[in-house]
Design a protein around this ligand. Structure first.
Ligand SMILES: C[S@@+](CC[C@H](N)C(=O)[O-])C[C@H]1O[C@@H](n2cnc3c(N)ncnc32)[C@H](O)[C@@H]1O
Length: 271
């Protein structure tokens, strides 16, 4: 069977773009570079693998899991079903970090690092900061470490609940960045989100359980004058800013993503 025939067969079950990417992925795994050769003949194991991946895609598995990689910022990250597929809107956290000036050697942490996307991005943008990625999921931290070895070897990877690994080391952070779970129980999400780790998505009844706890922990772990950059869901920015004002005496600004949705709350703790 040729790659064109495979794509035609697959297009009855999945979008043509997805079929192309899956066939391209199977060929790339076999050592073929990006090819426009529609007449390339697939081996029988390649046909079987394509069919298996196309079936999983039609069952709602994210393409990133099937190809085991996701594009984020200027990187290609390894992903697996143990980690959230990094989203383009989270790149706003890295964009905002570009405006932050810290002393060389200052500590910055990405809490709930998943694939390591934000910690690795921070380390590459700010090579003179000490960057940490933390997660409570050991399988996620393994993926982050693997990505880190390839893309940002200086990042420290610490296991534990929110900022606990930082507190245990008696450190204070100048910057805390977090894209933690923020979907409330019962909220409707896309079919693909149900394939992602529940611990990466859901956060109590109103979606704010993790952010509430993180802000409380930052009272101790964030250095005076330090900043928190938090990704939030729809309708959460005001509540998060109010919480931080009460707990950290922090000033807040809200930043929208490219689609115009309020997406990141920047908090500065009083000095
Ligand atoms: C929404 S995902 C974000 C992953 C990554 N930061 C990104 O932007 O692609 C949230 C991550 O937080 C982790 N997590 C959930 N609860 C946690 C906790 N209590 N302490 C540390 N990490 C936690 C999950 O395992 C998951 O990797």
């Amino acid at each position: 069977m040729t790659s064109q025939a495979m794509i035609a067969e697959a297009s009855h079950r999945v979008a043509v773009r997805d079929a192309r990417l899956i066939v391209g992925h199977v060929l790339a795994e076999a050592g073929f570079g990006p090819s426009r050769d529609r007449q390339r003949v697939l081996t029988w194991p390649q046909v079987q693998l394509c069919r298996q991946l196309i079936r999983r895609r039609s069952q709602g598995w994210p393409l990133a899991y099937l190809r085991r990689r996701a594009a984020f910022w200027d990187m290609e990250l390894t992903v697996s079903p143990s980690v959230l597929c990094p989203r383009p809107e989270s790149e706003l956290l890295l964009e905002l970090s570009e405006q932050i000036v810290l002393k060389p050697g200052a500590w910055a942490v990405d809490v709930g690092t998943g694939s390591g996307a934000l910690a690795i991005g921070l380390s590459r943008l700010h090579p003179n900061w000490q960057v940490v990625g933390t997660d409570r999921s050991r399988p996620a931290l393994e993926i982050a470490r693997e990505n880190g070895e390839r893309l940002a070897p200086a990042v420290h990877w610490w296991w534990g609940d929110l900022l606990t690994p930082v507190r245990m080391r008696h450190l204070q952070m100048s910057l805390v960045v977090a894209n933690l779970p923020y979907v409330g129980r019962g909220q409707a999400v896309d079919q693909e989100v149900h394939r992602e780790p529940p611990d990466a998505v859901w956060s109590g009844a109103d979606g704010l359980s993790h952010l509430r706890r993180l802000i409380a922990q930052a009272a101790e772990t964030l250095a005076p004058g330090g900043q928190l950059l938090l990704e939030v869901g729809a309708g959460q920015a005001k509540a998060v800013a109010a919480l931080a004002a009460a707990v950290l005496q922090a000033t807040a600004s809200v930043h929208s993503d490219l689609a115009g949705h309020p997406r990141v709350v920047v908090l500065r703790k009083s000095a």
